[in-house]
Design a protein around this ligand. Structure first.
Ligand SMILES: C[S@@+](CC[C@H](N)C(=O)[O-])C[C@H]1O[C@@H](n2cnc3c(N)ncnc32)[C@H](O)[C@@H]1O
Length: 291
């Protein structure tokens, strides 16, 4: 949809990723929770090579953030001492991240084709980035690339929606049975979004329709997005095919759960909550392909 003359800042169908400042305002993350979550898991599950490493130890480990978005997680991880690089498919997100964090190596790239100059110790893929890939072959391609970017024994940390939540009454009630309304003020204009979710069973997708209005808007902006509904057993299988051993798979706590990470330190394995978190270790028999 072309921008309306009433508001030059609404530039495309993908309002949030094309307007990263609005994305950050819509999804504020004041607690630096993603970085703390990643760092705690890496510390807990790293192998002796990473913890004691010949040359590298945590912090100082190499980390690749896939779907780096506005760069805020990458920046916080760098602040914790990781040597961070990141990719994102959105050129606007990458331009924003590079302008805001000039010291960070963030590039435009697709998860399905990502390569690294040197194997990394950690790959992160947070905020349901993986679920923007709707076909199993694409998810497997991305996971295989993640494995090939990691050194043997390196860790993959994933955070995303949990499809199994929709098998519960609470999940259907919280996600499907109502429209959610959110108001964001940005550069003096109040934007209102109305969001509804639906399930596309044949495609195994959770579809989202979000309609934006603002003062003086001539025509609302409607955006359709979808996430792949990925179930825990399915994800475990794909990870195994891609060359990983799953070392932790849990629904809570996490950066977006309530209570939020670190909670009481117990990793919930009932898998009936709305987020899914995975730590997987790259097997030694996986082929590494650095560029
Ligand atoms: C919801 S945002 C998450 C951003 C950040 N990781 C966070 O947790 O705040 C999802 C990001 O994934 C990116 N993305 C979607 N598909 C991608 C792909 N195939 N390869 C790389 N990035 C992708 C989008 O551009 C967007 O910035």
């Amino acid at each position: 949809m072309p921008p309306t003359s009433a508001d030059p800042t609404l530039v495309s169908e993908n309002l949030l990723t094309d307007n990263p400042a609005l994305y950050e305002q819509t999804f504020p993350d004041s607690g630096e929770r993603n970085a703390r979550f990643v760092h705690d898991l890496v510390t807990e599950f790293s192998d002796p090579a990473m913890a004691a490493g010949t040359t590298e130890a945590i912090p100082g480990a190499r980390l690749l953030d896939v779907g780096a978005g506005t760069g805020r997680d990458a920046a916080r991880l760098a602040h914790l001492g990781y040597r961070v690089s990141g990719i994102d498919i959105s050129a606007r997100m990458v331009a924003y991240a590079r302008a805001k964090y000039p010291g960070l190596d963030i590039r435009v790239g697709d998860a399905r084709a990502v390569t690294v100059a040197e194997p990394v110790d950690v790959v992160t893929c947070l905020g349901s980035t993986l679920l923007h890939l709707h076909h199993s072959e694409d998810i497997l391609a991305a996971l295989t690339r993640f494995a090939s970017c990691l050194r043997a024994g390196g860790l993959l940390v994933l955070e995303m929606r949990n499809a199994a939540f929709l098998l519960t009454d609470r999940g259907r009630r919280e996600l499907l049975d109502h429209e959610s309304v959110r108001r964001v003020e940005w550069e003096g204009v109040e934007y209102t979004s109305r969001t509804s979710l639906s399930i596309d069973l044949p495609a195994q997708l959770l579809r989202r329709r979000r309609v934006w209005t603002w003062d003086g808007c001539v025509e609302p902006v409607t955006q359709d997005t979808a996430w792949r509904l990925l179930f825990p057993r399915e994800l475990r299988h794909l990870l195994c095919l891609a060359g990983f051993d799953v070392v932790a798979l849990f629904d809570r706590p996490g950066p977006l759960t309530e209570p939020a990470w670190p909670g009481d330190g117990v990793l919930g394995e009932e898998l009936d909550d709305d987020r899914l978190h995975v730590v997987a270790r790259r097997r030694a028999d996986t082929v590494t392909a650095v560029r």
